[in-house]
Design a binder for this molecule. Structure first.
Ligand SMILES: CC(C)(COP(=O)(O)OP(=O)(O)OC[C@H]1O[C@@H](n2cnc3c(N)ncnc32)[C@H](O)[C@@H]1OP(=O)(O)O)[C@@H](O)C(=O)NCCC(=O)NCCS
Length: 190
């Protein structure tokens, strides 16, 4: 589906405190239902400020009245691979193609810099995939092969947008709460 309200994708201007505050509210609201990652507005605000680095890429989607999406990424592995972090779309605007539009713009920028790989870690702290709430040892590969996300986990978004699941850290956030690694080659079309 295409979003009904017009929106623009621009670079996040960290000198604009109102925009930084809007993005912090977006991050807080976007994760509050399903992840303890940023349990307070203050924690979300600190996370936004932590991305204020000239080597990072931060894009926002904005309507005339509000900021409705944010994608960030930063270089790893001498710039050959970039880590996507964070990605959030306002709960009221999800499933309208905004996450994909942000991702596609980020990919275009990274492709112009000859980046080969984009990767994202995605926690499952709420048993919202087939790999949450289970013992992944002694054979995590078997669980990776049969991975199934529910609609409440971003894994489905990544799989729909050119990523593959390629790794897991079992119990990364406590027993039965793994962190999942999604990777996407940037040379291939979605
Ligand atoms: C994950 C997230 C960014 C997706 O953004 P979005 O704008 O809702 O996604 P889009 O509308 O662009 O979706 C693009 C495609 O992915 C699919 N999709 C999106 N979220 C999905 C999900 N959770 N499960 C399965 N498929 C999903 C859409 O149906 C669409 O499919 P299509 O190929 O048939 O068109 C958004 O749901 C979000 O902010 N979630 C909370 C924060 C979060 O989990 N961030 C990621 C942390 S790693």
């Amino acid at each position: 589906m295409t979003h009904a309200t017009p929106y623009l994708i621009t670079t996040l201007d960290f000198t604009n405190e109102a925009d930084v505050s809007h993005v912090a509210h977006l991050l807080y609201a976007g994760f509050s239902n399903h992840s303890p990652a940023w349990p307070t507005y203050a924690a979300a605000h600190a996370e936004v400020c932590a991305q204020n680095d000239s080597s990072h890429c931060n894009l926002i989607a904005r309507t005339p009245t509000e900021i409705i999406g944010w994608i960030g990424a930063h270089p790893q592995y001498d710039g050959h691979a970039w880590e996507l972090h964070p990605l959030v779309v306002a709960p009221t605007h999800q499933r309208w193609g905004i996450g994909r539009a942000l991702l596609n713009d980020l990919i275009t920028i990274l492709q112009s810099r000859q980046v080969s790989t984009l990767f994202a870690w995605s926690d499952d702290e709420t048993h919202s995939t087939s790999m949450g709430g289970v013992t992944l040892y002694p054979d995590p590969l078997t669980h990776l092969v049969s991975f199934m996300p529910t609609a409440h986990h971003a894994g489905g978004f990544y799989l729909r947008n050119g990523f593959v699941l390629s790794g897991v850290i079992p119990d990364a956030n406590g027993a039965g709460k793994p962190d999942l690694l999604f990777v996407r080659p940037l040379s291939a079309k979605i």
